[in-house]
Design a protein around this ligand. Sequence first.
Ligand SMILES: C[S@@+](CC[C@H](N)C(=O)[O-])C[C@H]1O[C@@H](n2cnc3c(N)ncnc32)[C@H](O)[C@@H]1O
Length: 218
Amino acid sequence: MPRSLKYEIPGEDWRRTTVEAAVEGMAELFSPQLERPFEMVLEIGFGRGEFLLDLAAKEPCTAFLGVEVSFKRTLKMARKLARAGFDNVRLFEARGQVVVKDLIRKDSLREIWINFSDPWPKDRHAGRRLIQPDFVRDAALCLVSGGTLHVATDDVPYAEQIDPVLASEPLLENAFAPERWLCEVPGRMHTGYEVEWREAGRPLHFFAYRRRVALEEG
Ligand SMILES: C[S@@+](CC[C@H](N)C(=O)[O-])C[C@H]1O[C@@H](n2cnc3c(N)ncnc32)[C@H](O)[C@@H]1O
């Protein structure tokens, strides 16, 4: 029998709606818990949330935005956050594409993390993959100069698609050049899915692209 979903949040509920973000602005959603100025970091597709919880624990004065398309995963993460007692994370049940296009101010994020987003392996579904030129342009615009977009995948055809899409975005430069990606990044925390992929011996691909520092005109 499937286990029933627990809806009650054992503490503060840090889920916010996209309407709240649009009306108030992302940074406002961290008032009054975080003192300004603070840096902002986004994770898209946090899944079971291990990676985001780890980041948030290590940097209590940084504002973390967690975006997940699944209602159930967002609810479960809200319960975990409340139990952990963190006040520096805000959660959104939304598509990452919408958040970077419409809800995050340009030049405002220090980092964006996209870990093992769905590869949509069937050819006819390839258009649903998250890493596409328009999305990457929107994400790059959200980064501050020198800010980093991190992408990880265990899927070889998806890695081969991600590589030229990231490399073709003029606002970004490859932080791992001359390598296209790394198979290991020392010190990087393993995500929930990554632990499973490692045990299964799947090949891992880690990309990191920095927003180029804007040159002053004149
Ligand atoms: C394979 S899981 C990986 C979860 C986690 N990042 C990890 O590495 O353990 C992919 C997650 O991304 C979420 N996701 C897929 N497409 C998304 C999108 N467009 N926007 C936000 N979340 C998305 C899925 O619901 C799922 O939880």
